[in-house]
Design a protein around this ligand. Structure first.
Ligand SMILES: Cc1cc2nc3c(=O)[nH]c(=O)nc-3n(C[C@H](O)[C@H](O)[C@H](O)COP(=O)(O)OP(=O)(O)OC[C@H]3O[C@@H](n4cnc5c(N)ncnc54)[C@H](O)[C@@H]3O)c2cc1C
Length: 87
């Protein structure tokens, strides 16, 4: 399979591999850009990409429209950074 930076595997917004649309990539392994930032290798991202991929595997099986991945990482939110800066 095509390797992205740091040996991670490129995936589209549905977490499908760049090489095979019936292969999904999640967690630390996935190389996916959101805007200009790659999704980070943290637990929250592992859970969220897995949720996206699992939902889209089911959508594939049921011939429904797939959902795009959207991170909501509390660890890296502006508010979290502000709290860190204040403490
Ligand atoms: C020292 C350290 C500290 C960290 N601290 C934090 C933290 O404080 N907060 C945070 O959010 N993140 C932290 N992380 C990152 C976090 O652990 C990872 O982002 C997260 O575990 C990724 O989950 P994953 O399921 O993608 O991979 P993993 O948790 O690595 O799971 C992959 C699994 O696949 C198994 N596996 C590998 N190859 C094969 C194979 N060929 N066949 C079968 N099984 C295989 C492995 O044994 C492993 O169980 C830390 C990481 C490290 C290394």
């Amino acid at each position: 399979m095509t390797k992205g930076k740091l040996g991670r595997l490129p995936a589209n917004e549905y977490m499908q591999s760049a090489d095979y649309d019936n292969v999904y990539v999640v967690g630390d392994l996935v190389w996916h850009l959101e805007g200009e930032k790659v999704v980070p290798q943290v637990v929250e991202n592992a859970l969220q990409t897995a949720r996206t991929a699992a939902g889209n595997v089911i959508a594939d099986l049921e011939d429904r429209e797939k959902k795009k991945h959207a991170s909501s990482l509390t660890l890296f939110s502006e508010e979290s950074w502000r709290k860190c800066a204040r403490s």
